[in-house]
Design a protein around this ligand. Structure first.
Ligand code: OAD
Length: 270
């Protein structure tokens, strides 16, 4: 085994002794819930449990490309609520930034489209936005880029933007069910094999191919799961550490064990 035990203190020892130089972080919607953005699958509070008002045939249809072609309205109703700019990064986002500042962050793989990691100061080249983001938008027919100020107006007004060239539907470049993930994901998907520590936070790890990233991790690479529930089989390995509960509380615990808590709190307060 790599760690002296499957405890937070053993992991903190490993980190403090300088052995974690290439940390891969994998995240999902759970790291942004404390910012006020719902996750997808939590019972009661998750987005998919609260979409009745959109009259969808099934919840995931709101992010399904064939459904969007027929009926883009539900997505644009939701986009109004999810559009970045209204939310502040959480202390978990600042923790990822802190790993970068310490020269330890190899890559942050995220399924989130809220850009809160960038806002917390994680540089773009350290982030793989596996499900895209609201940073760009284009026509789903001819791929022509669509201006950002125009889509902002539409999202604000909950109206549907159309391509200025072919009148096709315009969609933010977030990945819908039925669409390919960005090339950046496939370019970097083997990186977890190089990691000397992997931290998984706030994801149910249910959506492929993102959910297969942990299978790239080498045996005896320490894996830390900070999540409200156990996912992805993490916890069964001899070098797995589990912090089951809130991720903001979990990163504070880890920071405390590493002697970084004050630094983390002031980074977040900036
Ligand atoms: P999910 O909603 O599936 O999972 C969120 C996970 O975070 C669950 O395991 C929760 O228990 C946990 N969680 C929620 N709040 C938390 C908190 N404060 N602290 C710790 N854990 C917390 O969200 P994702 O895994 O991100 O894709 O979902 C994956 C993909 O499914 C999304 O990117 C989206 C969705 O459909 C597309 O739309 C293509």
């Amino acid at each position: 085994r790599t760690l002296a035990g499957r405890t937070l203190d053993a992991l903190a020892e490993y980190i403090k002794s300088g052995k974690a130089k290439k940390v891969v972080v994998m995240t999902g919607a759970g790291i942004s819930t404390s910012a006020g953005i719902p996750d997808f699958r939590s019972p009661d509070t998750g987005l998919y449990a609260n979409l009745a008002r959109l009259n969808l045939p099934y919840a995931e249809a709101v992010f399904d490309i064939s459904y969007f072609r027929k009926n883009p309205e539900p997505f644009y109703t939701l986009a109004h609520e999810l559009y970045p700019g209204k939310y502040r990064p959480t202390i978990t986002h600042s923790f990822i930034r802190l790993l970068h500042d310490k020269g330890m962050l190899l890559k942050h793989f995220t399924q989130n489209i809220d850009c809160l990691d960038r806002e917390a100061g994680v540089p773009g080249d350290k982030i793989v936005e596996a499900h895209g983001s609201f940073a760009r938008q284009s026509c789903i027919e001819c791929s022509m880029p669509y201006p950002e100020d125009e889509i902002k107006k539409h999202i604000e007004a909950k109206s549907i933007p159309r391509c200025e060239s072919c009148k096709g539907l315009v969609k933010p470049e977030i990945v819908f069910f039925g669409e390919q993930l960005p090339a950046d994901f496939f370019k970097h998907r083997m990186l977890p094999a190089e990691a000397d520590l992997v931290i998984v936070l706030g994801t149910s790890l249910t959506v492929q191919p993102f959910a297969s990233l942990p299978s790239m991790i080498r045996e005896h690479t320490p894996r830390l799961l900070i999540n409200k529930e156990r996912v992805g089989g993490i916890g069964s390995g001899s070098d797995d550490v589990l912090l089951i509960g809130d991720c903001d509380a979990g990163v504070r615990q880890l920071a405390e064990a590493c002697g970084w808590l004050d630094e983390l709190e002031s980074l977040w307060a900036q």
